[in-house]
Design a protein around this ligand. Structure first.
Ligand code: 13P
Length: 264
């Protein structure tokens, strides 16, 4: 895998349009004189803020992501947002299957799989979120849950597209808790995720190359990442980036993450 690091800000539904514009302008200003050759920054505002944030970042190296996308390109799907319309605003990434959507919007593995397929078809990189709840963990179901989320999400995906996919391990129970998991456990889980991806392709009789999965699959971690723990996550061999909620909402805390990663 490359030594590039990806820092993804998931602003969830925490900011007004004005606040999203102000925060993205501040990020552009504070990063313009930094040498960020090895860092990719992706901002994921809410849908309504996407056009204006896109405008703010258009001459920078910062990319735009969405927090969700629908799996059909067009049709009678009231309230949904298509990949075509996202692409019109230069959205290059989309979070898919975040645990908050699985929980509050009842998104299931089948919907998530369709979103993965549609993203790839439409040149949007899906950032697939997987992770166990506290209950599942307590019942020793953690690995099983993650393997099954990965395998279901990868149904029907071609092996050549593995390089266009991000997977974020986000243990549901640490999100927003201020207490991240041990980075060594996150590293171990990412190894399990790699195996699960391999198995997903093998179970469909596809020709797979383990070294390509090692090289191309972009694995990240999310859940209470802040300036006290980011360097330890980034020092793991199989964690290539972070998906950040709370610490991405203020310019100081976000810049602090960027500066730490930039000085590693
Ligand atoms: P926190 O960083 O606030 O725990 O949120 C993580 C998350 O859900 C990112 O998608």
């Amino acid at each position: 895998m490359t030594n590039r690091t990806t820092i993804i800000a998931n602003w969830k539904m925490q900011l007004s349009v004005e606040e999203s514009v102000a925060l993205s302008s501040a990020i552009v200003n504070k990063t313009k004189n930094l040498n960020l050759d090895n860092i990719d920054i992706i901002l994921c505002p809410d849908f309504l803020s996407i056009p204006m944030v896109g405008d703010v970042i258009k001459n920078s190296n910062i990319s735009l992501g969405s927090q969700d996308v629908f799996w059909k390109e067009k049709g009678s799907f009231t309230g949904e947002v298509s990949s075509d319309n996202l692409k019109y605003f230069n959205v290059k990434y989309s979070i898919v299957g975040h645990s908050e959507r699985r929980k509050f919007l009842k998104e299931n593995d089948e919907m998530i799989n369709q979103k993965m397929i549609s993203c790839i078809k439409n040149d949007i990189v899906p950032i697939l979120c997987v992770g166990e709840s506290f209950e599942e963990r307590r019942n020793d179901q953690k690995d099983f849950v993650i393997i099954s989320q990965v395998r279901n999400a990868f149904k029907g995906i071609e092996f050549r597209d593995v390089k266009k996919i991000f997977i974020a391990y986000e243990p549901v129970w640490v999100i927003g808790s201020g207490q991240a998991i041990d980075p060594i456990e996150a590293e171990h889980t990412n190894l399990i995720i790699k195996e699960a991806v391999l198995e997903a392709f093998l179970s469909e009789g596809k020709n797979v190359r383990r070294d390509e999965i090692n090289e191309k699959l972009h694995l990240i971690y999310g859940g209470s990442v802040d300036d006290s723990n980011i360097s330890e996550f980034m020092s793991q061999e199989n964690i290539y980036g972070v998906l950040v909620g709370g610490a991405s909402l203020k310019i100081d805390s976000f810049m602090s993450l960027l500066n730490i990663v930039n000085n590693l």
